[in-house]
Design a protein around this ligand. Structure first.
Ligand code: PEP
Ligand code: MN
Length: 276
């Protein structure tokens, strides 16, 4: 079965961590070929262990410039964990990612609100956070100045000891987030399965459920990835998926007739009453 990703505004592909121009060039070329609008370009990596690769940091900005020169149509997404990191990448990327670990870092949410108002901000759901907490964190961004139309919620799975790789992608929760807010909602089947063999099947489910996009990790040599090698897709495999699902297309415009973006307070309160 194939699904038409034509109308999906927020399809993002790229590596877990930006490592080198040699790593990025074939990924950028693939994105460009299929008009995938966004490329993951993570310069700062939050890692569980301090000895693990932490990202190239500011040194990677030159690689971003090189990609920009060669592929001017691609837009970049990078995670930040502090105001300092935001100020380093702010002028070089079109979308800032707030990772699962920082979903409730309220001071970070405030400083992103104050310093990155008119650009896209992706807010990943913490793996132990519920819908109410997720929407409330998005509301921090709105209250501190981010244009609500530019907020993208990203479902990346919940910790679950029973699940393969201890993570369960929660489509129902993500669908509820769409019902209860006017934020864009996308699915990350890479962190949401933590298993290369599960990424594309879950991506197809996400597409069938009509989410606003996908974020998929890939690498030209997946097993050599500096981080998250177990879930990185090879480019040949990803190309088949893109060829089947992502027709060459124009980026869909946001529906300006949608009600003003703000959590629907009444629903939010009802939800609170039912589940508090
Ligand atoms: C990521 O997308 O690079 C990442 C670290 O994911 P998460 O915050 O969902 O763990
Ligand atoms: Mn990763």
């Amino acid at each position: 079965m194939s699904f038409d990703l034509n109308t999906k505004e927020f399809v993002i592909i790229g590596p877990c961590s930006l490592e080198s121009w040699e790593q990025m060039a074939p990924i950028a070329q693939l994105a460009d070929k299929y008009q995938v609008p966004y490329l993951r370009t993570p310069l700062f990596k939050p890692r569980t262990h301090p000895d693990s690769f932490q990202g190239l940091g500011a040194e990677g900005l030159n690689i971003l410039k090189q990609i920009r020169t060669n592929y001017p149509d691609l837009k970049f997404v990078a995670e930040v964990g502090s105001l300092e990191q935001l100020l380093i990448v702010r002028e070089s990327v079109e979308m800032i990612q707030i990772g699962a670990r920082n979903m409730q870092n309220f001071e970070l949410l405030k400083s992103i609100g104050q310093n990155y108002q008119n650009q896209f901000v992706m807010l990943k759901r913490g793996w132990g956070n519920n819908l109410k907490e997720w929407l409330a964190s998005a509301q921090y961004l709105v209250n501190y100045g981010v244009d609500a139309k530019k907020i993208i919620l990203c479902e990346r799975g919940t910790r679950n000891a029973c699940a393969p790789a201890q993570v369960t992608l929660d489509f129902a929760l993500a669908l509820k987030a769409k019902q209860m807010s006017h934020f864009h909602v996308i699915i990350d089947p890479s962190h949401g399965t933590s298993d290369r063999s599960m990424v594309l099947p879950m991506a197809e489910v996400a597409t069938a459920l009509n989410f606003d996009g996908l974020m998929i990790e890939c690498h030209p040599y997946p097993n050599e990835s500096y981080s998250d090698a177990h879930q990185a897709l090879g480019l040949e495999e990803l190309e088949i998926f893109l060829g089947q699902n992502l027709m060459l297309r124009q980026t869909a415009a946001y529906d300006e007739t949608a009600p003003q973006l703000k959590i629907i307070n009444k629903n939010f309160d009802d939800f609170d009453n039912r589940h508090a």
